[in-house]
Every structure is written in C-alpha cells, then in structure tokens.
Design a protein around this ligand. Structure first.
Ligand SMILES: [Zn+2]
Length: 269
C-alpha cells in the first residue's frame, strides 16, 4: 500500500471515523480474511489494442475447450440467468472468456444495445458485475449503491433497465462482509454518529437491520441477506415491473456474492 492509498484512511478521528474506516475497508475482519481476487485475473490478462478488427467475437482466451459465449440479442429470463451462472462459474474457476470486450464489440453495440440483465448491487470495488459474471460491453445494465440501498431515483434506474432496455432479468446482489452494512450495524448497535449523507445509507438499511436483529449468527451477514430479500421484494412490487414479471417478460432474482470464493449464489430464484 503506498502513501496515497493509505492517506485517506488516516483522516479524521471524530465521531464515526472508526465506522467510516470499516465502510471503506469492507468490514473490520475483511483485511485479514479476504485473499486477493486479482490472482484469478492472472489466468487471462486483457489483450492489447492490436486485436484484430471485425465483428467475429473471440471465443476463448484462456481455455480453447470452453464453449462459445452466446450473444445477448434476445434471451429469455431463464436463458439470461443461465448465462450469468455460466459466466460466474468461469470467474470462480479462473477459466475466463472475457466476452464482448473488443473494439469490434464496441462498434457493434454503438448504435443500440440489448443487455441481458439489470444487476442492482453494491458499490464495493471487489464486486464488479461485469467481471464476476464474465461478461462485457453491452451485456449488463448495472445499478450500484452502498449495500444496494434503494430510493425513487434508483428504482427508476432499475425500471429503465427492465422497461426501456428490455432486460429479461433483474439480479439484486448482496455480498459477503459488506462494508456499508457493517457501518450501519455498527451505528445502529452503538448509537454512533456518521456525517453527511452516510446517515441516509444507514437509515436505508434500518429495515434490514431490524429484520435481522432477532436472528442467530453473524449480524452483518444476516443483515446483508435481509437487505437483499427486502430489495427483491421492493423491485418485484414495483408498479411498472410487476406486470412485466407477471407476463414472464422479466424475472427478478436475489443473489449473494462470496468475496472468498467468487461464487454467486442465487438465493431468491
Ligand atoms: Zn457492500
């Protein structure tokens, strides 16, 4: 860690400073327990800009025996989900295809897009949807907030993905050792203060905190899962999305991402 990276974590010793550091670090225990996910990237590094032009999608970079990745023009909800499951398996195994990450793909989708899913997930730097599902440009609508907290503006973005971009799948994804949830649990357990709009994040997580409070086990993990469940309920109950779901044009699923294994578990199918 160089000085410029370490410096922001040393700022501030006022109220909420400890909680803020946990938010930034992704939970107090994360530093010791989380292996560097960058290790799996070493299997297949991005190619250079000298990549051949043309619209043929390169198939396998790391493992020529891998099947081709289908294009995302008109998948149904179940097909879209299967593609994400398959992409996540590649991420877990390290046998990545890096589909749709070429100049040719950029040109192909410049005039229009048909993303296969809307992913609503956390801002955490360790959980980038395109990477953990091994997808590329034009494949995913991505909405990210702290602990996938929601409000009208954000719900509008999810609606836009499903209604206007016609994504057949919405994935609400929480993750292991979520820093925002760790912050909220700390604040709500201990009555500590947080500054500025972090209060809004904590308050948005209060329903999940209260739902998880009676449960045995790890309070942060229980709150992460409660937040995912409540957000799935919110999205499924959306007045614009509910008819799409009833008509099987869109499917909304809940997921949990493990920082340790890279695996996405679809907990609310
Ligand atoms: Zn998080």
């Amino acid at each position: 860690m160089n000085e410029s990276t370490a410096e922001p974590l040393q700022r501030g010793n006022g109220p909420g400073a400890t909680a803020r550091r946990r938010f930034l670090l992704g939970g107090a225990t994360a530093l010791a327990a989380v292996p560097l996910l960058g290790s799996s990237r070493a299997v297949a590094e991005p190619r250079s800009f000298a990549e051949p032009r043309g619209f043929a999608e390169p198939r396998s970079i790391a493992d020529p025996s891998q099947p081709p990745v289908p294009d995302a023009d008109t998948p149904g909800p179940d097909e879209a989900l299967q593609w994400l499951v398959d992409g996540n398996r590649r991420w877990v195994s390290g046998r990545l295809l890096h589909p749709h990450q070429t100049v040719a793909r950029r040109l192909a989708v410049a005039a229009g897009q048909h993303p296969l899913a809307t992913v609503f997930s956390c801002i955490d730097s360790r959980v980038p949807p395109e990477i953990v599902f091994d997808r590329g440009v034009g494949d995913l609508f991505v909405v990210r907030t702290a602990a996938q907290t929601n409000d009208g503006l954000i719900q509008g973005a999810v609606e836009y993905g499903a209604e206007e971009a016609v994504t057949p799948l919405v994935v609400v994804m929480g993750h292991q050792r979520c820093g925002a949830v760790t912050l909220a649990v700390d604040v709500l357990n201990n009555g500590t203060e947080v500054p500025a709009h972090l209060v809004d994040v904590v308050e948005a997580l209060r329903p999940a905190y209260e739902a998880a409070a009676p449960l045995p086990g790890d309070q942060v993990e229980n709150t992460v899962r409660a937040q995912t469940r409540l957000t799935v309920d919110q999205v499924r109950g959306d007045s614009l999305l509910a008819p799409l779901i009833a008509g099987h044009r869109t499917r909304v699923v809940g997921a949990y991402y493990s920082l340790d294994t890279g695996c996405v578990e679809f907990v609310l199918p």
